[in-house]
Design a protein. Structure first.
Length: 158
């Protein structure tokens, strides 16, 4: 069964991107606390190492699948057109906005705005009643995640 070349190239690009993310996350985890293995930064370090190792695995597997596939400019432009549609670009923009809003307005407000905006954009119904429900869902999720992470896991939220 021959796979779609778009998906293989997309998998390779995705794995390369997350390889960079994993390396950056490990670098950031190193500066969190002391370099000892029993420090609170052990889980971010282990998680980033897991991301890096799985990305290496995915890169090797995908390159083997690609085999002797010739690089075609039409295939690359088709991949970019398929991967960077309106919905994907919106979510990338929203994630960057969330990253910049977190230090300014903190976790609770930034996450409520992020969730509400994403639900409003992606859901088909865009009326007052639905908007109110999206707001309730957003606030409910933030309350739930704050209770779980602050009280049970003792995580300091940004």
């Amino acid at each position: 069964m021959k796979e779609n070349h778009y998906s293989l190239w997309g998998e390779l690009l995705f794995a390369l991107f997350f390889l960079w993310v994993g390396i950056f996350a490990y670098y950031e985890a190193m500066s969190m606390t002391s370099g000892t293995w029993y420090s609170p930064s052990i889980f971010p370090k282990l998680t980033s190492l897991l991301i890096v190792s799985l990305c290496f695995y995915e890169i090797v597997v995908t390159i083997k699948k690609l085999g002797n596939v010739k690089v075609d400019i039409r295939a690359i432009s088709g991949l970019l057109k398929h991967a960077l549609d309106r919905n994907v670009l919106f979510m990338i923009l929203m994630m960057f906005l969330l990253a910049f809003m977190l230090p300014v307005i903190h976790f609770t407000s930034a996450t409520i705005i992020f969730l509400f905006t994403c639900m409003f954009f992606y859901c088909e119904r865009k009326n007052i009643k639905s908007s109110f429900l999206y707001l309730i869902y957003s606030v409910g999720f933030v309350i739930f995640s704050t209770v779980v992470f602050r009280t049970i896991f003792k995580v300091i939220l940004p």
